[in-house]
Ligand binder design. Structure first.
Ligand SMILES: NC(=O)c1ccc[n+]([C@@H]2O[C@H](COP(=O)([O-])OP(=O)(O)OC[C@H]3O[C@@H](n4cnc5c(N)ncnc54)[C@H](OP(=O)(O)O)[C@@H]3O)[C@@H](O)[C@H]2O)c1
Length: 355
């Protein structure tokens, strides 16, 4: 792909020998000086971070955009995570290894990698030419994997893995319903559930029915035109084994009734205050295990390695991906905040750096 070739060419040609900014340890980044709306995002030249012991500096080609990015930008997590301002957003990135911290083995400078950044610990993220990650969350990529596809993987893929397998214990032959099958999480969730040998139903809007089917869903359900609960009851009269609800916000309040006794309802944490919740007492009465679900920092590395392996083996494939320039990060976040992006948006960081 021409974009990918240009990105790799740029990364390789500038690494180490670099222009003035690189030599001064300066990098281009999309920063926020304070928490607030999308207008707070601005391009700036900032000091490149250095990898500490056990850390890896990655030169970012593409950065994935997640709903968590705009939520952090708004300040929703500022009382829980030690961010320092100016802050650089971004959990997900793909590119090449630029430097290794003390004690890091197993990677070489120039290796193609995907990473879940250290932003969860308050460090700067991936909307920048360089980002630092713990070695555990830097995973080598085969040449066959496009940086764009890789940048779409970490947060959405990891959380899908957590919901389906760590929380849901999904096994071959089971039935799973994914609420929100067309989004970043949904696109990986549907594919991973099929990979595990489950039968998959997934909700989506009318424009995404064929997309969700193309991901492998046995039963796409158009939540605007169809009665979701009635369709699921016909498909799984005794109830499904697992529901992964990636949307929340009261969009599937009947979910408790659609899971079989002994089954699991995994509700992905949206951080949205006061959103209507499924009835926990009713879940208890029916023997349904209702599990608030979020990505687990300790498991992210192992999950990312398993996801990359599946991607490289062709067991899952890239979702729909829209590439926007790094300079359009605010638009990307507005689009995601509106709640109807198909698949993923990734930001072209290397292109911004060479512009
Ligand atoms: N706590 C954690 O560790 C963690 C980690 C990852 C994600 N999350 C959270 O999980 C949520 C999902 O993340 P994401 O990356 O998948 O978001 P996303 O990509 O922005 O999800 C957008 C998708 O939601 C679908 N959607 C919207 N309303 C729907 C409805 N009523 N029914 C069914 N589908 C609907 C849209 O499909 P249509 O256009 O077809 O409606 C769209 O494709 C976010 O709130 C995110 O913050 C939490």
């Amino acid at each position: 792909m021409p974009g990918e070739a240009a990105a790799i060419g740029y990364l390789v040609s500038t690494m180490g020998t670099a222009g003035r900014c690189d030599m001064l340890g300066i990098m281009r980044a999309m920063i926020i000086d304070r928490f607030g709306g999308p207008e707070e995002l601005r391009l700036a030249d900032v000091q490149r971070p250095e990898p500490g012991a056990g850390e890896v500096l990655v030169r970012i080609a593409f950065a994935g955009v997640n709903p968590a990015d705009w939520k952090i930008r708004e300040g929703w997590l500022k009382d829980f995570v030690p961010f320092r301002l100016p802050h650089i957003l971004g959990f997900d990135g793909a590119g090449v290894v630029a430097a290794l911290g003390k004690g890091v083995d197993g990677l070489r400078i120039g290796d193609r990698v995907v990473t879940a950044s250290n932003q969860g610990k308050g460090a700067w993220g991936t909307y920048a030419e360089y980002a630092v990650s713990d070695l555990d969350r830097v995973v080598p990529l085969a040449d066959s994997i496009d940086f764009r596809a890789a940048a779409a993987l970490p947060t959405a893929g990891i959380t899908s893995w957590e919901a389906l397998f760590n929380v849901g214990g999904l096994r071959a032959g089971q039935q799973v319903l994914v609420n929100g099958g067309a989004g970043g999480m949904g696109s990986w969730c549907v594919q991973l559930a099929k990979m595990a040998g489950a039968a998959v139903a997934a909700t989506c809007g009318p424009a995404n029915v064929e997309y969700v089917r193309s991901l492998g869903a046995d039963l796409p359900i158009d939540y605007r035109a169809q009665d979701v609960a009635a369709v699921v009851r016909r498909w799984a009269p005794e109830g499904v084994d697992l529901i992964v609800d990636t949307v929340g916000q009261g969009t599937l309040l009947q979910s408790v009734e659609l899971v079989k006794p002994g089954g699991i309802l995994a509700c992905i944490g949206t951080l949205i205050a006061g959103e209507p919740q499924p009835d926990a007492a009713r879940a208890g009465a029916r023997g349904v295990c209702m599990m608030p679900t979020m990505s687990s920092f300790e498991r992210q590395g192992a999950q990312l390695r398993a996801l990359v392996e599946a991607l490289q083996a062709g067991r899952i494939r890239a979702p729909a991906i829209e590439v926007l320039p790094l300079a359009a990060a605010a638009d990307a976040q507005r689009r995601i905040q509106a709640g109807h992006v198909r698949g993923k948006i990734v930001l072209d960081v290397a292109g911004a750096a060479s512009a």
